[in-house]
Design a protein around this ligand. Structure first.
Ligand SMILES: [Zn+2]
Length: 359
């Protein structure tokens, strides 16, 4: 997780002296750090937002850096302290330090300890941390640890080793947290989220190039595109830890069967699928496969059918992540008003699929 600082909203850059003077007149904080102004009568230089009494325009000069102002013989104003880091900068530095502590800690540090490390009260620290990072320290630490688990699982030879590497003392706690994070068992994740061996082939159909991939358990990906190489690259991205093999003659027959189904969808798709996912994803996939060819349904209807009427958005998310085009018919989903919306393999292909099914 990276830290994004919530910078104050910035107006247009003050390109000329007139715009700079307006910033000074309005004490616009969004220009602090962008330029400084010096006042000949006092010998001091200030942030544009300095609360001191306004100087006469004729005594004011502008400087783009502190060094420039000091080289011209001015000293920092004692009220706005332009030579000191701003409050935001100071807070950001503290939060960055805490983020490093969290990343390096073996055990999830306590809020009290984190606050103490940067000299803040727990309450104040919690508020500033959330203001700077957008999440609570606890949520940040949890995300950090989950990231670590994912990295370790990729590298470690055994799941147990990854558990202790990630700073858990007991595998029970680890499994409880992990099945939630990964949506699958650590062992399945470690093998790339799918079986270790995947065969694939790219063919042609009326929708353009079609890639079909299968593990020993069944078809694990079907995708469409214009560029066969791009389809294979995408397959590698989807199954980063699987060993990919080009399909042999047997496999070509499987691809021919899939193409036959694409061209004549009413024949039905009777090949086994190898789909891995959470219980929720499985419920959505099953509901999609229950929509007969030629029929359509909306996200809300699917949510209703799986007994989670408020989950229409989550259903949409599952559809958007579908790896097995056509066989898991996410193309049969329409908007509530019946309109055809986007499709990850192109709206035109969705229309062709629906058209074939209508026949
Ligand atoms: Zn000042």
């Amino acid at each position: 997780m990276s830290v994004t600082l919530n910078a104050p909203p910035r107006s247009e850059p003050a390109v000329d002296d007139e715009a700079r003077w307006t910033a000074v007149l309005t004490r616009d904080r969004s220009y602090d750090g962008e330029f400084y102004y010096s006042v000949a009568s006092t010998g001091a230089y200030c942030h544009p937002s300095c609360p001191s009494r306004l100087a006469h325009r004729r005594n004011v000069r502008f400087h783009t850096t502190i060094a420039e102002a000091e080289a011209a013989g001015f000293r920092p104003c004692k009220r706005c302290r332009p030579d000191q880091p701003s409050l935001e900068e100071q807070q950001a530095a503290k939060i960055a330090k805490v983020c490093r502590l969290i990343a390096e800690a073996e055990e999830q540090p306590k809020l009290k300890e984190l606050a103490k490390s940067v000299g803040l009260s727990p309450y104040h620290f919690h508020r500033i941390f959330k203001g700077v990072t957008g999440v609570t320290p606890k949520a940040y630490a949890t995300a950090e640890r989950q990231k670590r688990i994912r990295e370790r699982l990729g590298k470690s030879t055994s799941v147990t080793e990854a558990i202790y590497d990630a700073g858990f003392n007991s595998s029970g706690r680890f499994y409880a947290e992990l099945s939630r994070v990964l949506g699958m068992t650590p062992r399945a994740f470690q093998s790339g989220g799918a079986s270790a061996e995947i065969r694939f082939a790219v063919g042609e159909c009326s929708l353009g190039s079609i890639l079909v991939a299968a593990s020993p358990h069944g078809v694990c990906a079907i995708s469409f595109g214009d560029d066969p190489d791009a389809l294979v690259r995408e397959l590698q991205d989807k199954f980063p830890r699987a060993r990919l093999f080009g399909g042999d003659a047997d496999f070509e027959r499987l691809v021919a069967k899939v193409v036959g189904f694409i061209e004549a969808p009413r024949m039905g798709f009777d090949l086994p699928l190898d789909v891995r996912g959470t219980a929720f994803q499985h419920r959505v996939w099953t509901a999609l496969r229950d929509i007969p060819p030629g029929a359509t349904a909306s996200y809300a209807e699917i949510a209703e059918r799986i007994g989670a009427p408020k989950a229409a958005r989550a259903v949409a998310g599952v559809c958007a992540a579908n790896k097995i085009a056509a066989a898991i018919p996410c193309h049969r989903i329409v908007r509530t008003d019946g309109a055809i919306s986007g499709y990850r393999w192109g709206v035109e292909r969705r229309l062709i699929l629906l058209d074939k099914e209508a026949k």
